[in-house]
Design a protein around this ligand. Structure first.
Ligand SMILES: Cc1cc2nc3c(=O)[nH]c(=O)nc-3n(C[C@H](O)[C@H](O)[C@H](O)COP(=O)(O)O)c2cc1C
Ligand SMILES: [Mn+2]
Length: 464
């Protein structure tokens, strides 16, 4: 936050704002205008300040990674990301940390006192904590910890929902726990106001082991400092502003929602796990952190960027893959790949490899493959490739009954969590032309003509 302020990327709002509607409205306007991150210093009926938009633009993601924000660019961030995650650094356990400046146990732990009840979207079923708050759980066999961002709707002063979508690491941890310790509650901690690289790691499907903590260390080039919880054997980031400690009973479910989703729709009411608060520890005068999620091209640009870093780091290892792009407007359903196509069936091989990559990429419902040379970042070039090269009955591949995280509005609620996926081979079908030898030559400009025209440009009297 101090860095953001120095670089002029933070606004401080002293006017009183109502958490019911005003934080939503102001952050929406800032997102629409690519405005700064914002610290609300005076939240109505509340003592705690709220920081929004910490890593919502490429500039701010760059700053979080110590890259000069002046030349923030997805490809640059991606290259740096790749280099750093090659060297995960294990966390360091410390005895003291600012997150322990205040320790509130049992009845003294009160969510209402630490969280201004923010409605991030009109129509949300309640105030939500878990928008920029990594949820920490431990694998009961390997003891490796996970951090993932899962929404948490406040249900009472010591109770929230916890939405663990099937397949998430938190979900897997709870499944494993329930087999080993049926009917016992699993410890869960939540860290609010962490180093932003820890947030970037928490929205990433990083491999376990070593898990998010070590990758956050790699991204920062320094170990994350962890400190023991007061009520359980989890370890949490010592420099966090606020830590919630609690537990989840595997069998206990409650209705939660709706919540404004990144798809651009208000989600439905879902049954979710329940987080029972046991302790809060926090810094003096803490700052709460969150984000109005919105659609990915409006708001959570950090999420498509991170997704792209992850997918790029995996798929570039496949033969022939030149570039990949996760277009924010594709809402994580769409992935574009450029490929140096080298053998019959190569494109379908790549598409199926994406769907088979459960750790990083299998959730892309639509994979579009274009030739090397088509700019995956330029929607006009991608549309051109689809328009020109595709015979739908030959070039579209459909995989039925694949996993899905349940937010895809193309199906009613009763059908969610299973989806068909489709791949589009938008590469030039050179193999079709081989036998005839009649492949249409691409238009190309004659360099001699170009040079001649340039040399005598003045003759034409055209000002450009
Ligand atoms: C603002 C925001 C809210 C999210 N909410 C949820 C959620 O409620 N449930 C969920 O399973 N994933 C949610 N996610 C996605 C996960 O954080 C993401 O898939 C992450 O990789 C999960 O970590 P894991 O693989 O370690 O479980 C959210 C992401 C963001 C950025
Ligand atoms: Mn994980």
């Amino acid at each position: 936050m101090i860095l953001l302020e120095k670089k002029g990327l933070l606004a401080k709002v002293k006017a009183e704002v109502d958490p019911e509607w005003e934080i939503n409205g102001v952050t929406k306007k800032l997102q629409d205008t690519w405005g700064p991150a914002v610290l609300f210093e005076n939240v109505k009926r509340h003592k705690v300040r709220v920081l929004c938009g910490l890593i919502e633009t490429l500039e701010r993601i760059a700053l979080a990674l110590d890259i000069d924000p002046a030349d923030a660019d997805v490809r640059k961030i991606r290259e740096e990301w790749l280099k750093r995650i090659e060297h995960p650094i294990p966390p360091k356990i410390v005895k003291n940390g600012p997150c322990k400046e205040n320790i509130l146990l049992g009845d003294k732990a009160d969510l209402d006192a630490i969280f201004p009840p923010i409605r991030w979207h009109k129509g949300d079923g309640g105030p939500y904590i878990g928008t920029l708050a990594p949820v920490i759980t431990k694998d009961s066999e390997t003891k490796v910890q996970n951090a993932g961002i899962y929404r948490m709707m406040v249900m009472a002063k010591n109770e929230t929902g916890l939405y663990l979508c099937p397949g998430q690491h938190g979900y897997q941890h709870l499944q494993k726990w329930s087999l080993l310790y049926p009917s016992k509650p699993m410890p869960v901690a939540v860290a609010i106001g962490t180093d932003p690289v820890y947030l970037l790691a928490a929205v990433t499907k990083f491999r376990h082991p070593p898990g998010e903590e070590a990758y956050a260390g790699g991204l920062r080039k320094e170990p994350v400092e962890l400190i023991k919880c007061e009520t359980c054997d989890l370890e949490v980031p010592a420099t966090a502003e606020i830590i919630l400690e609690g537990e989840v009973y595997p069998e206990e479910l409650k209705p939660d929602g709706p919540f404004g989703e990144y798809t651009g729709y208000l989600g439905g009411v879902t049954t979710v796990n329940v987080f029972h608060l046991k302790a809060i520890t926090h810094r003096d005068n803490p700052i709460f952190q969150g984000t109005r999620c919105g659609r990915p091209w409006e708001a959570g640009i950090y999420s498509p960027t991170v997704m792209e870093c992850v997918v790029y780091s995996r798929l570039r290892k496949l033969p022939g893959v030149v570039d990949v792009h996760v277009p924010p407007s594709g809402c994580y359903f769409k992935l574009i790949i450029s490929l140096r196509k080298s053998w019959p069936g190569h494109v379908n091989e790549i598409i199926h490899a994406v769907w088979g990559d459960a750790e990083a990429a299998s959730f892309f419902k639509n994979v579009v493959v274009v030739d090397e040379g088509v700019d995956v970042y330029n929607p006009v070039e991608v549309e051109w490739a689809i328009a020109n090269h595709v015979q739908p009955d030959r070039d579209i591949v459909i995989a039925p009954r694949c996993p899905d995280i349940g937010l895809d509005v193309s199906q009613p609620y009763s059908k969610r969590y299973l989806t068909a996926k489709w791949g589009i081979d938008a590469t030039m079908p050179v193999e079709e032309y081989k036998a005839e030898g009649t492949e249409p030559p691409p238009l190309c400009d004659d360099p001699d003509i170009k040079a001649k025209v340039e040399a005598q440009w003045e003759k034409y009297g055209i000002t450009i």
